[in-house]
Write a protein that binds this ligand. Structure first.
Ligand code: NAD
Length: 367
């Protein structure tokens, strides 16, 4: 059988810096765990614009459709801020998500004990936190028609439309139930069924899909209450399933419970391909961080944890994903810190490469 294929799109700013550390980890899994990947690399974002005049070429898009998983670093930067909207670096990312039809966005919020002090919440509320938000990514109010700004009775009116078909709700719900089955079998669906018809349909469809996952404990919550509960007692949740708009807000809120942007991975999954693997793209939540790019200051952990998600959700290597996550937990517990993780007590931060070194050493020690 051929090796699983990976397309690396490192992008701009700190993207290539953090991705270099992921490449070392991939090599480690080949050398030490006999897990080999066919890795190819290409350009996205500003880097693609500089070479080809577009943030993603058709050839790169076609490659992304063929591989088992895409790993993306970050796109954007001040050099591209004044470009026309159609060729801005972010358009490359949006094209990938749209054409791969990545409808389920997975945003874990996990608090490593060693970093619990970084949260804006009390340590005991976040220590050991491990929740997963599944956000519907391709529909809802960001895409619904009609939309726009027009004049009515001499006044400007802004319109966006929340629109969901039952098929859209259902496919995301299945992804969320599957996720719950791989975790603690608890799913909380969030909408505003009290004031929105699309919320009523959402609740009905999720309840119908539940019939296929009787082992999962399903609850429903209004999204505004969900926001309150996330900051009051986040550990009550395992998997949360919600729409594009609420998910945008709730996932950022949940993620920040855990501290630095440099620690947050994500995955976006689509429908299964012929080989049974879902279309998938894995990327850190952070951007290209122009303020620190080129200085070896970036924390590579978000990008490395994104690769751990690829191991778990694309390649069915849950144990190896856990090995990698435990290695990261270990180095943090031992005090390894990049600049973004330095507390008031100070100290000398590790460079991006040094953080890669200690994680590789912890992986070696795990054998
Ligand atoms: P950002 O995430 O790039 O940076 C925000 C802050 O967090 C900065 O101070 C940065 O130094 C810090 N930071 C981010 N990642 C870090 C890491 N791994 N290690 C240490 N510190 C880290 O967001 P921004 O500054 O608002 O945006 C910069 C550029 O990135 C913009 O062009 C924006 O459009 C783009 N962007 C891209 C993505 C993406 O590629 N998915 C996401 C967000 C922003």
């Amino acid at each position: 059988m051929s090796n699983p294929s990976l397309l690396i799109l490192a992008g701009d700013g700190i993207g290539p810096e953090v991705m270099d550390q992921v490449k070392r980890i991939i090599t480690w899994f080949g050398d030490k765990r006999d897990m080999h990947f066919d890795v190819s690399e290409d350009l996205v974002g500003g880097a693609a614009y500089d070479k080809h005049g577009v943030p993603l070429t058709d050839e790169t898009m076609a490659k992304a459709q063929e591989v088992d998983a895409v790993l993306l670093g970050a796109v954007g930067g001040p050099a591209y801020d004044n470009l026309d909207f159609s060729v801005k670096p972010e358009r490359g990312l949006l094209r990938l998500r749209k054409e791969m039809d990545l409808f389920a966005n997975l945003r874990p919020a996990q608090c490593f004990d060693a970093l619990a002090d970084f949260s804006s919440l009390k340590k005991d509320i976040v220590a050991g936190l491990d929740i997963m938000i599944v956000r519907e990514l391709t529909s809802g109010v960001y895409f619904g028609e009609p939309r726009g700004i027009h004049i009515e009775n001499n006044m400007r009116v802004g319109i966006n439309t929340q629109r969901y078909t039952e098929a859209e709700i259902e496919r995301g719900a299945r992804a969320a139930f599957e996720m719950a089955m791989k975790r603690n079998k608890k799913l909380c669906s969030m909408e505003k069924a009290n004031v929105m018809e699309s919320g009523i349909l959402w609740r009905d469809v999720v309840t119908e899909v539940h019939a296929d996952y009787p082992e999962v404990e399903l609850t429903h919550m209004y999204a505004d209450n969900g926001a309150m509960q996330l900051v009051r007692a986040p550990k009550q949740f395992d998997v949360i399933y919600t729409d594009n708009l609420f998910g945008d807000i709730l996932s950022d809120c949940a993620a920040m419970l855990t501290g630095s942007l440099g620690m947050l991975p994500s995955a976006s999954l689509g429908s299964p391909m012929a080989n049974g693997r879902p279309k998938a793209m894995y990327e850190p939540v952070h951007g290209s961080a122009p303020d620190i790019s080129g200085q070896s200051k970036a924390n590579p952990i978000a990008c490395i944890l994104s690769f751990a998600m690829a191991l778990r959700y694309s390649f069915d290597q849950g144990e190896e994903a856990t090995r990698l996550e435990k290695a990261i937990e270990k180095v943090l517990a031992d005090g390894a810190r990049t600049g973004d993780l330095m507390g008031p007590e100070g100290g000398v931060p590790l460079t991006t490469g040094q953080m890669g070194d200690v994680i590789l050493a912890a992986l070696d020690a795990s054998l």
